[in-house]
Design a protein around this ligand. Structure first.
Ligand code: PLP
Length: 380
């Protein structure tokens, strides 16, 4: 049966903003503290609390945050960082930004998350960092990476760009790894448009990251403001401009206020997709291992083996029905900057070719969701 094509104005993804975010941004504009002011400190504190971690450092993106962590750890030329290829290419690019070499490991085809056994096989005398990814918001096996790192004297940076508010056996992502970096980009569960957050248990490391994001400055403008006698800052090391603004922080605070209902709606949409696709002849819904609670930042499905239709044709068909989709997570080692890396990653290549993502965001209405479900029923 072919579904009838109706344009319900379905968005693939859409930030969940309301008058609260608009009002909070307006208040910051009126206050004059646009950057480095009180909203940032408040946002960092609440974000850390949500992660059950002591410190959070706001930055301009995941990419700049991960760069600062690698830089602060002294990672550079001659060093290797083990990473999945099946990830948004930012994970890999940042390794190159510090002059180190990405080494690709294979993923588990059921969870799309990097396989600790393959990571262990790829460790050499040059390996310095393991950078697993909580792909699409599903927590990776972070305990396995912690154990590997301890055994081999390595560091772990958890790429949780997509995994804010996801949980592993009740423990929030951010409370588990040595350092976790989140993205606050517009497609994320909690967004400030652009932005990132580094979460750590180490107070001195958090302080250093705060300096590095602001040109190496020892004391922020806010800390110096109104002080008598006048205090002066110093610049003990080379830093960067990777700041996040108070405008963004004010929006982020309102996003945290609505976190629970946003997550609940995402869970409900995911539940309905999974119920509809569980016995579908063409597609396999995502697998969630026991004890893991993804935030459903994305909903990715994979085509069954030997099916009659290719992934791109499915996307075209859904597009004709006014249902926007995206291809599944990419294989970074197939892109020109990384093609010379001698990677053998059959699972990664298969998944990158056979997966697609469906619309999921709190603003997806019942009418839109039912329409999408009927389109899948029509493809059975
Ligand atoms: C797994 C992963 N890592 C890193 C990033 C980069 O995040 P940002 O755009 O905040 O730098 C993304 C963005 O979507 C991502 O999905």
């Amino acid at each position: 049966m072919r579904a009838e094509s109706v344009d319900h104005g379905i968005a693939f993804s859409r930030p969940c903003f309301g008058e609260e975010e608009a009002g909070a941004a307006a208040e910051v504009v009126r206050s004059g503290w646009i950057v480095g002011g009180p909203r940032l400190a408040e946002f960092e504190e609440r974000f850390a609390d949500a992660c059950a971690a002591p410190f959070a450092v706001g930055v301009s993106s995941w990419t700049t945050g991960a760069f600062l962590v690698l830089r602060a750890w002294g990672i550079g030329p001659g060093d290797e960082v083990i990473v999945p290829s099946l990830t948004f290419i930012a994970t890999v690019n940042v390794i190159c930004h510090v002059g180190a070499r990405p080494v690709f490991a294979e993923v588990d085809p059921a969870t799309y998350n990097i396989d600790p056994h393959d990571v262990e096989r790829k460790i050499t005398s040059r390996t310095r960092v393991l950078m697993p990814v909580d792909q699409l918001g599903l927590p990776c096996d972070i305990d396995a990476f912690g154990a590997l790192a301890a055994r081999h004297g390595l560091r772990v940076l958890d790429d949780a760009a997509c995994a804010f508010a996801s949980r592993d056996r009740g423990r929030p992502v951010g409370s588990l790894a040595e350092v976790t970096v989140f993205s606050l980009h517009a497609r994320k569960v909690v967004t400030t448009g652009e932005g990132g957050m580094i979460v750590t248990k180490d107070a001195a490391f958090a302080e250093r990251l705060r300096r590095l994001r602001h040109q190496g400055m020892s004391l922020s403008d806010y800390a110096r403001h109104g002080k008598r006698p006048t205090v002066f800052e110093s610049y003990p090391e080379v830093g960067y401009n990777y700041r996040i603004t108070d405008l963004q922080a004010a929006i982020g605070l309102k996003q945290l206020d609505r976190l629970e209902p946003m997550l609940a709606r995402r869970r409900e949409i995911a539940r309905r997709y999974t119920a509809a696709l569980s016995n579908h002849p063409l597609f396999i819904p995502p697998y969630v291992p026991e004890g893991l609670e993804p935030n459903w930042q994305s909903y990715q499905i994979v085509l069954r083996d030997g099916g009659p239709i290719e992934r791109n044709a499915v996307m075209d068909r859904l597009h004709d029905l006014h249902i926007p989709t995206r291809r599944g997570v990419m294989a970074s080692h197939l892109e020109p900057p990384y093609q010379d890396v001698n990677a053998v990653l059959p699972q990664t290549e298969t998944l990158a070719a056979r997966t697609l993502q469906l619309p999921i965001h709190p603003g997806l209405t019942e009418v839109q969701l039912e329409y999408i479900l009927s389109a899948f029923a029509g493809m059975a």
